[in-house]
Design a protein around this ligand. Structure first.
Ligand code: C2O
Ligand code: CU
Ligand code: CU
Length: 472
């Protein structure tokens, strides 16, 4: 409330708002006014996006009334959004002004290994590095970026280093009149004085974080607690939802609404799918169409419903709490006529299982993959460009572990023997406790050493990661 009044009065006196976004152009209580800024393209060349990102320590007010010492990209938490198009050549001039080594990993993007920002390529404090890649055709979708330093990824993201990537299609099948909304989810935990709570690993709480994956009771949407998102009665909006939490898996539902899922990690599905709720694992993204079916003036809430990803011995006491994420407010403007939504979005060619040259067995145990801890000097899976492989990923323990592969999007074949109902390009797949899934992947390009890991960041940092070498 207080913030609303403050921003409103500022927009009255000053045409440029305090944040580098479009605050002055939009109603201040609308989520658009609280979006992270978009990275400014400094290139004059066609089809080229050249941006500057600096990671540095900052003091920011993440929650009303207190400031926290954070790590921030260009002074923002979340970091500014990288907004690009298919075919763009992207150059990111990165500077590490942090007191520790870091990297920037472009989660889900198909790119040369030198630009992957994996733990194999750390950037020392004070050093700079240019990340460079060309956005491939057919990869339009919602992605995100985050640090990936050896053993410190969970810490660095918890300190505030995460941002969204939007890749726009050359030819998007969804009507242009459908507006986009970014919903970048994250959670955190604070001490009384506002500092971000990272308990010592020897402490009881620290041990619990390592076991479960660190979660916090404060839930953020684009860095704000419970923002309002406005919709007009009859309007259709495209929500790009990304889970940037270190350990929290979201079970999203919008009270009184169903949603039309149109996209997944690697972009659009073949056809929209009507969903009542969405299980969004760590690192995962979905694109959904939300329809303004409420009467003008009505409010509904996007909630995170309880989801039991935990082992019984360490399950948090409050795991069954339903938490509110944002208010969807139907404006009092006159209703608009709904737009027609295409029945077909695109064609996804299924990868051919008969072409598979290897079937890999990946076993998730507690803190280990195939009985081993991460060793950056070891290659766990060796293959070559052009190979198609099936990976059978089995979780043998009583806690969920979300699987992630760098560099290559895969297709899910089946989960616990049940055939996947529709085709999608994925880079994240939750493997629930005591279950297994099969994926198929083709290494069509980009030789090098790629990471695969559990995306509960405490697990990844403590060794639940392996190296895939794709030879030329
Ligand atoms: Cu978000 Cu190694 O990944
Ligand atoms: Cu990744
Ligand atoms: Cu895990």
């Amino acid at each position: 409330m207080l913030l609303t009044v403050l921003v409103l009065s500022l927009t009255l006196v000053a045409p440029s708002a305090p944040r580098e976004d479009n605050t002055a152009l939009y109603p201040p209580d609308d989520i658009r006014s609280s979006n992270p800024p978009v990275l400014v393209n400094i290139s004059k060349l066609p089809r080229t996006v050249e941006v500057n990102i600096t990671a540095a320590v900052a003091k920011l007010s993440l929650q009303p009334g207190v400031t926290s010492e954070v790590f921030a990209y260009n002074g923002h938490v979340p970091g500014p959004t990288l907004d690009v198009r298919e075919g763009d050549h992207v150059i990111i001039h990165f500077r590490n002004s942090l007191p520790e080594p870091t990297t920037v990993h472009w989660h889900g993007i198909h790119l040369p290994v030198e630009s992957d920002g994996s733990p194999l390529n750390p950037i020392a404090p004070g050093a700079t590095h240019d990340y460079e890649f060309t956005v491939k055709a057919g990869t339009a979708g919602t992605y995100w970026y985050h640090p990936h330093p050896d053993r410190r990824t969970g810490f660095a993201i918890g300190k505030g280093l995460y941002g969204a990537i939007i890749v726009r299609a050359a030819n998007d099948p969804l009507p242009k009149s459908i507006p986009d909304r970014l919903i970048l989810l994250s959670d955190n935990r604070f001490l009384q004085d506002g500092s971000i709570d990272f308990p010592a690993s020897e402490s009881m709480h620290g041990g619990m974080d390592e076991e479960n994956g660190r979660e916090g009771p404060v839930l953020f949407v684009n860095g704000h607690v419970m923002p309002t998102l406005k919709i007009r009665s009859g309007e259709v909006q495209r929500w790009r939802i990304a889970n940037a939490s270190a350990g929290r898996i979201y079970r999203l539902a919008l009270a009184g609404h169903t949603m039309l899922q149109v996209g997944s990690d690697g972009g659009l599905l073949e056809k929209p799918v009507e969903v009542k709720e969405i299980l969004l694992t760590t690192g995962e993204r979905v694109e959904v169409l939300v329809r303004g079916t409420d009467a003008p003036g009505r409010k509904s809430v996007l909630q995170n419903l309880p989801y039991d990803r935990y082992a019984p011995q360490t399950r948090p006491a409050d795991w069954q709490t339903t938490r509110d994420l944002l208010t969807l407010e139907t404006t009092s403007e006159t209703p608009v006529a709904p737009v027609a939504i295409p029945v077909t979005l695109r064609k996804i060619v299924p990868l051919d299982t008969t072409k598979a040259t290897a079937v890999r067995t990946i076993v998730f145990g507690q803190g280990m993959i195939n009985g081993k801890h991460m060793d950056m000097a070891r290659v766990d899976v060796s293959t070559h460009v052009g190979a198609t492989e099936i990976w059978e990923i089995t979780n043998i323990v009583g806690m969920d572990h979300p699987f992630h592969l760098h560099g290559f999007q895969f297709q899910v074949l089946d989960r616990d023997g049940v055939r996947e109902p529709y085709l999608a390009w994925k880079d994240m797949l939750n493997i629930p406790k005591h279950s297994s899934a099969r994926i198929i992947v083709r290494y069509d390009d980009y030789p090098g050493k790629w990471m695969f890991h559990c995306h509960i960041l405490d697990h990844e940092d403590h060794g639940m990661m392996g190296v895939l070498e794709v030879k030329p």
